[in-house]
Design a protein around this ligand. Structure first.
Ligand code: THG
Length: 264
């Protein structure tokens, strides 16, 4: 499983302040730290408090690329901000995200084709997030069909079944695992999968423990990547170990260090 580092997000106070003051220090520090811990991508999200999201996203892309070569995952519901960010990316990036809503898929898959981007597709419609796996998989199928119709290779599509905090949506957990299993049967090649891992523990105690256990359970159901806390040492160790047990990496005594050095 690939970790998409979640920390450059204006939801965190230090990043919100960095954007406000146009001071790159905190952004660049987190970029380097997450890369050193083995993150394979860096999620960039300007956060909820920014008025000019286009300018803020462009700035995040620029200052992040000054210190890291990792591919970026541009995280916004503002597609103008995503497009402006993609113009500046030095290498193909990931678009985060698009729901199964036709006019949004039209714009995002056109953009993905133009910029050779990967795309995170959300298992939600204009009506919201369904609970049962069957409905989530049906929305995933719409995303697959549109991805294909716009000529974007299916292995560039990541389906996110959408994870809710377990203290409010506990009954969604098994549906998310079942959705992950079924997504791999949708097409050949199948789409990849991702989740916002830290969502599962928002507002709970034992956050790191819940994140870690959810991650390895989801890996066993076919989870390919997660937007997650790359700086949580024990999470990284759990993911590296999961990769060994799923025979995705070859065992050696130093496999955790090898995982961190690879930015898979
Ligand atoms: N799917 C996709 N993209 C996503 C999400 C998703 N992007 C955003 C989010 N969800 C994933 N990223 C985070 C980042 C931080 C937290 C949760 C998810 C988090 N933050 C602390 C909190 O809310 O308690 C903030 C604490 C602080 O302010 O210091 O948990 O699901 N495709």
């Amino acid at each position: 499983m690939i970790i998409i580092g979640e920390r450059i997000n204006g939801m965190f106070r230090d990043i919100a302040q960095a954007i406000r003051e146009q001071n790159p220090a905190a952004v660049q520090e987190w970029a380097k730290k997450q890369e050193a811990m083995g993150a394979g991508y860096l999620d960039l999200n300007v956060g909820p408090a920014v008025s000019d999201r286009v300018t803020a996203m462009k700035w995040l892309v620029e200052v992040t690329q000054e210190v890291s070569e990792l591919p970026l995952c541009l995280d916004s519901t503002d597609y103008d901000a995503i497009e402006a960010g993609l113009e500046l990316c030095n290498k193909p990036a990931m678009i985060n995200s698009v729901p199964a809503v036709q006019e949004k898929m039209d714009r995002i898959f056109t953009m993905a084709k133009k910029f050779d981007s990967e795309v995170i597709g959300l298992a939600m419609s204009a009506e919201g997030i369904p609970k049962d796996a069957e409905s989530r998989v049906a929305l995933a199928m719409e995303l697959v069909a549109n991805c294909d119709a716009y000529g974007v290779p299916l292995d560039k599509l990541y389906i996110d079944p959408l994870v809710l905090p377990c203290n409010v949506g506990q009954d969604h957990g098994p549906e998310v695992f079942e959705t992950l299993r079924q997504i791999k049967l949708l097409s050949d090649p199948p789409p990849k999968t991702t989740v916002g891992l830290s969502n599962i523990s928002q507002g709970t105690g034992n956050r790191e423990l819940i994140n870690r256990i959810f991650a390895v359970m989801a890996m066993a159901c076919g989870l390919d990547s997660a937007i997650a806390d790359a700086c949580d040492e024990e999470l990284v160790e759990a993911v590296a170990t999961g990769r060994i047990l799923l025979n995705m990496d070859i065992y050696c005594d130093s496999y955790v260090d090898v995982f961190k050095s690879q930015n898979l």
